[in-house]
Structures are given as structure tokens and as C-alpha cells.
Design a protein around this ligand. Structure first.
Ligand SMILES: Nc1nc2c(ncn2[C@@H]2O[C@H](COP(=O)(O)OP(=O)(O)OP(=O)(O)O)[C@@H](O)[C@H]2O)c(=O)[nH]1
Ligand SMILES: [Mg+2]
Length: 637
């Protein structure tokens, strides 16, 4: 079974809808307004059964210049185009614009239907054919058949149908094993079933029962019912137009331009990097930061063009660009997109997505251009390595890698196996399962950690180490907790780093105390030991030992860090010996009694009520005890 989708294209009133109806019997102008005005406003959908088991999906697009946006949403997923040119009018502005769009989208095959043959005489028809042939020169349709037809008399329709059959037999089928992607072009409700979305499956397949996600909002649902060409199906695959019934979602939550896919397969981004080819007849050059309309799949998003390899892009030139979108979307490497000028909206160019999730805010830099060159021209292995090296979040799962690198599962697995064997890529078991990162990225991270520790020790020579959470946040760059733990363990095994509970330090680091600091440490420790259950506030202690606050604080926190002083609550610290005694008293009491009350505790230790409560709260907090009404019982009883 071949699945092919055909789109119409061409100027307003040239007979696209009439031709689709003559071919299929289906009138795709369904709206009242379309009937009244005699023009197409929305996309129309039909299908044509050919012999040899092929059913062609047909998307009929509007020709009006105001609806080019709709046209773009319609032709995003097509394999073949029927460029409709009325024999009595010949090539007109949207004939040109629609052909440009098809070229920019990388459509490779199609034919020209020279419609309204019945309105012209043979000489005229010949002239128009010559005009059209000249117009097609240099485009993908330059060798395409030009078939005169009349929707009115039926003349030429047989030949047209034969050509369509021939072309679809020659078309390369889309990849069914790819990542399932369906850019949504319609959303509506069917009574009794609820929300239904339609679109052309660009790649992969969908089956009844599949869990699905709608991007960029990341709404979740499942495929309850699936139709292709008005028939219920268990599965739809690449190149088919499908209607998908999604329970639990309202039509208001979804719109044309959203993308239906399987959960956790695609990543959304507001930054994209791509090639940009400006049409030779674009009205003007594109300057840096120009605001444009970006079209990909069925979506239109306003965006700014950041030019990466030159000052401006002139008509007919090709450049590397960073696209900053005003709303996120999910793209894949090698997707084709179209740009239209902001106002007046006309098609000016387009290109190929190279990096679907680059770091945001990139500017013109030689290394960015080098990166994009590899993504554009490199082998699939080089592209994979480049993406692993440049990804702004990591590590990456296989399914994310597969979609950003546009690789099929098999070749991705092969590449990864080899790269792992060569040691160029490292695996990591994270919350998302098996993930991968480039060895250089991993080593960079390790070096950064060591650098951060050095910096910390230089700034805080008395501190034993930095807390792990603090270190991870200084590392930035979206390192997951589990990857961070792996990095630390790796450094610890190598001996460079020592971990002590929630703290980390360089093994070589020895907190150095000056003689004055050592003396101060001694005095503070003695003070707290003696004070026992009546400890001073930190400030009072500093005064008492005759030290200024700044130098005393470092020494003080070192005592806390080492565990010599134990924090009960803000500004209430006990010497560890006193603390252990208090704890032992409570435990001993609770060994003989089922619970302890505040008054009992206070009497046991000779404290005032005000002072007693913080200790009990502290014990609750460290899960030694827990509250049971007014009393405390042992935690876990
Ligand atoms: N005589 C004649 N009239 C035709 C033929 N094909 C279309 N028409 C007429 O041309 C007009 C426009 O046809 P449509 O099919 O609506 O044109 P369209 O290209 O779909 O127009 P838009 O969708 O608005 O761009 C209608 O009045 C049709 O009846 C034909 O082969 N012969
Ligand atoms: Mg029409």
C-alpha cells in the first residue's frame, strides 16, 4: 500500500476546487461563505482511489492572496502537487508564489493542470503552454507534464488521472518507522465522540490506543478512534491523512499549528537554527533582527531572524540564521520551513532546519557557523556527535536524539553502539532511563567542578567544603541531580574529590588556620562547652572572646561544619557534648516512658519553657521524636 498526499496550488479562481470535484466527486468548498463568494477560504480534503491499491489523499488549497497562510498549512505534508493554471489567464501572482512555496518546502514532483481548456481556442492553448513551460524553467516542475483539462466537459481528466498514478508510483514513500508526527490542520467536534483533529502524518505511524501528546502545550490524551479517508482504521501511517479522536480534550485547547506526536519524543523550542535562502525575486534584503512570519508544518509564528554569517541576506543568497520564535514549536533536523515578510505578507524565502534546539540568544560567531556547517553537510555520525556536544540540556535520551538528529531507530542504535565502543559517548542512567552524553561534555563538566571547588576553597579557606546542592547550582547548564552524582562519584573514585555527607571538597584542600584563628577556635569552643545549656548568641560569644565579627564568623561556621557546634535553631547553638547529653537524656526517658511532655522535658534539663520548645522541635525535625498531641513520642512509634 502506498500512501500519497496530493496538494493543489495556483492562483485564485483558476479552477482548483472544480478540478478536485471533477476528479473525485467531492466538493471541498463546504462553508456557506465559500459558496456565497465562490472562492475557497479553508483547506478542502478529498481522496481519489486509483487502481493498484493506491488511495491518494487530496488537499485543496485556497488561491486568494490573503489565504497564503492557509495554503502553507495545507501543502506542508504533500508528496505531489497539481499546479493549476487557467488556460484563459495564464501565470498569475499566486501561481508564482505557490510554486515558490512548493520549491521551498522541497516538494519534488508534480504536474500542471491547464484548466478551463473549454474557454480557449487551440492556438491560444498552445501559446499558454509555451508561456507555462518558460515559467517552469529552472524549477522542480521544469520537465513536468502540462495537461490541458476542462472540469466542465471532462476533457483531459483521464490523462490527468493516469499521470497522477504514474507520479505516485514513482514517489518515495515516507518513512513509516520515523518519529510519529502529525501537524494539525483542523480541530472539530463530532457529536458523541468529542474532539477530533486531522492532519497528514508526516512520518511514523499512529494506532488506536496510543498515548499521544499535543505540542507545544504538552496536552496528553490517547487515540480513541482513527479514520483515514472516512474509514475506521486500527493504524494510520506516514503519508496518510488521518482524523484522530482524542478523549478528554476540548476543541478550544487545540488549534491548527499544534503538533500531535507520541509523548516524550519531540522537544519544543523558541530558538531554531537553519539555512535561509532568499528568493531571487524577494522584494528586499533581510537585515539582522528583521521580524518575519515563520511557517513550519501547519503553524505560523512571528519570529526574528538573527543572521549568523553576514550582515544581511540579499535576494538570491543563502545564509545561516538563528530564528527567535515568539511562541515555541517542535521541529526536527532537516525540516523545511518558509518565511514570509511581516507586512505586507509575501513569501520571501525559506530553508532547512539544522539545529532544532540550539542554546537561546546565539549571535554571529565563527564557532556557531562551524557547528551549523557540520549539521548541514556532515555525515549522520558527525551530526549526532555535534548535537551531543552542543546540546544545552543533557544528557539526552535515545528518543530525543532520534528526533533532533532525524535518524531512524536502526541507524541511531548502530551509531550509538559504535560511539560507545570508541568511548566518544558516555551513558548515564537517569530518571528518564538510559541517556547519553559526549565524552568532551562530560570531561568539561568534571573540570568545571574541580575549578568551582578551587574557587570556593580560595574564597573560603576555613570551610571544609561546599554543599552539594550549592555546587550543582553553580554548575548551571541543567545538569540533572543523578548526572551530578555520577560526576562526583567519578571524581571521588579518582581521588580528586572527597565527599562528606552533603559536603564536597578537593581532597588536597586542608583548611589552614592562622595561629590567631586557631586560638580563636579554641576560645569559642571552650566558651560553648562551658556554657552548656545556656549558650550565648553568636554575637555575644564573639564579644566575649574579644573578636570582631568578620574573623570570628568564619571560625564559628567552621566549628558548625565540623559538627563541634550543633544548630538547634537560628542563633541557638550547643556544643556537641552538651547536645549529645540532651539527646541521651531524652532517649533514656523515652526508654522508660511512652511519651514526654514539655514540662517534663523542661524539668529534666532545668530549662525554662521558652527554651525547651526549640529543642523538642529540633528533635522532631531530625526525626528523633514526633508530636502526639501535647506529648512527644519516639519517632516511628
Ligand atoms: N468553463 C470552465 N469553468 C471552470 C472550469 N474550472 C473551473 N471553472 C469555473 O471557475 C470558477 C472558479 O473555480 P474554482 O474551482 O472555485 O477555483 P479555485 O481555483 O478553487 O478558486 P480559489 O479556491 O478561490 O482559489 C468557478 O466558477 C468554476 O465553475 C473549467 O474547466 N471550465
Ligand atoms: Mg478553491
Amino acid at each position: 500500500m502506498r500512501h500519497i498526499v496530493i496538494g493543489t496550488a495556483g492562483h485564485i479562481d483558476h479552477g482548483k476546487t472544480a478540478l478536485v470535484k471533477a476528479l473525485t466527486g467531492i466538493d471541498t468548498d463546504r462553508l456557506k461563505e465559500e459558496k456565497e463568494r465562490g472562492i475557497s477560504i479553508e483547506l478542502g480534503f478529498a481522496f481519489l482511489r486509483l487502481a493498484a491499491g493506491t488511495t491518494l489523499g487530496i488537499v485543496d488549497v485556497p488561491g486568494h492572496e490573503r489565504f497564503v497562510k492557509t495554503m502553507l498549512a495545507g501543502v506542508g505534508g504533500i508528496d505531489l502537487v497539481i499546479l493549476v493554471i487557467a488556460a484563459d489567464e495564464g501565470v498569475m501572482p499566486q501561481t508564482r508564489e505557490h510554486l515558490h512555496i512548493c520549491e521551498l518546502l522541497g516538494i519534488r514532483r508534480g504536474l500542471v493542470a491547464l484548466t478551463k481548456k473549454d474557454l480557449v481556442d487551440p492556438e491560444w492553448l498552445e501559446l499558454v503552454q509555451e508561456e507555462v513551460r518558460a515559467f517552469l524553467a529552472g524549477t522542480f516542475l521544469q520537465e513536468a507534464p502540462i495537461i490541458p483539462v476542462s472540469a466542465l466537459t471532462g476533457e483531459g481528466l483521464g490523462e490527468l488521472r493516469d499521470e497522477l498514478a504514474r507520479l505516485s508510483a514513482e514517489s518515495h514513500p515516507r518513512r513509516r518507522d520515523g518519529v510519529a508526527r502529525l501537524p494539525i490542520d483542523r480541530v472539530f467536534t463530532i457529536r458523541g465522540f468529542g474532539t477530533v483533529v486531522t492532519g497528514t502524518l508526516w512520518s511514523g505511524s499512529l494506532a488506536v490506543g496510543d498515548e499521544v501528546a499535543i505540542l507545544p502545550k504538552d496536552l496528553h490524551s490517547r487515540v480513541r478512534r482513527l479514520q483515514v479517508h472516512n474509514e475506521n482504521m486500527e493504524r494510520a501511517s506516514a503519508g496518510q491523512r488521518a482524523a484522530v479522536n482524542l478523549p478528554g480534550l476540548e476543541t478550544e485547547q487545540i488549534e491548527r499549528g499544534d503538533l500531535l506526536c507520541l509523548p516524550d519524543t519531540l522537544r519544543v523550542s523558541t530558538s531554531l537554527e537553519a539555512t535561509l535562502a532568499l528568493l531571487p525575486d524577494a522584494p528586499r534584503s533581510v537585515a539582522n533582527r528583521t521580524r518575519v512570519r515563520f511557517h513550519l508544518g501547519t503553524v505560523e509564528i512571528l519570529a526574528r531572524v538573527i543572521i549568523l554569517d553576514r550582515e544581511k541576506v540579499n535576494p538570491g543568497e543563502e545564509a545561516y540564521v538563528h530564528l527567535r520564535l515568539e511562541r515555541p514549536t517542535a521541529a526536527m533536523m532537516h525540516d523545511r520551513y518558509v518565511l514570509r515578510s511581516y507586512s505586507p505578507a509575501t513569501t520571501i524565502g525559506g530553508g532547512i532546519i539544522l539545529d532544532p534546539c540550539p542554546p537561546p540568544k546565539r549571535r554571529r560567531r565563527p564557532e556557531v557557523v562551524a557547528h551549523l556547517k557540520i549539521l548541514e553537510q556532515g555525515s549522520s555520525r558527525d551530526r549526532l556527535l555535534e548535537l551531543l556536544k552542543s546540546s544545552s540540556t543533557f544528557p539526552l535520551t535515545l528518543s530525543t536524539l532520534r528526533s533532533v538528529a532525524s535518524l531512524d531507530a536502526e541507524s541511531l542504535a548502530e551509531h550509538m553502539q559504535q560511539l560507545l565502543a570508541e568511548g566518544r559517548v558516555i551513558t548515564h542512567k537517569g530518571r528518564e532511563g538510559e541517556t547519553y552524553l559526549h565524552r568532551e561534555v562530560y570531561e568539561d563538566l568534571r573540570e568545571t567542578i574541580v575549578g568551582l571547588l578551587k574557587q570556593f576553597h580560595a574564597q573560603q579557606p576555613l570551610r571544609e567544603g561546599i554543599s552539594k546542592e550549592e555546587l550543582r547550582s553553580r554548575l548551571g547548564r541543567g545538569v540533572s541531580p543523578s548526572l551530578f552524582a555520577q560526576l562526583l562519584n567519578d571524581l571521588t573514585e579518582g581521588g580528586a574529590v572527597t565527599q562528606d555527607r552533603d559536603r564536597v571538597r578537593l581532597t588536597a584542600h586542608q583548611p589552614r588556620l592562622s595561629p590567631a584563628e586557631a586560638a580563636l577556635t579554641q576560645r569559642l569552643e571552650t566558651l560553648y562547652r562551658k556554657a552548656a545549656l545556656q549558650p550565648p548568641t553568636a554575637d555575644a560569644a564573639f564579644k566575649e572572646v574579644g573578636a570582631d565579627r568578620r574573623s570570628a564568623q568564619a571560625v564559628f561556621f567552621r566549628l558548625v561544619e565540623q559538627g563541634t557546634l550543633v544548630k538547634i535553631k537560628n542563633d541557638l547553638y550547643l556544643h556537641r557534648e552538651t547536645y549529645e547529653q540532651v539527646k541521651a537524656r531524652v532517649l533514656a526517658y523515652l526508654a522508660q516512658h511512652s511519651s514526654i511532655s514539655v514540662p517534663t522535658f523542661k524539668d529534666l534539663l532545668g530549662l525554662t519553657r521558652k527554651h525547651a520548645i526549640p529543642y523538642l522541635e529540633h528533635f522532631d525535625q531530625i526525626k528523633l521524636t514526633r508530636r502526639a498531641g501535647d506529648e512527644r513520642v519516639l519517632y516511628g512509634t
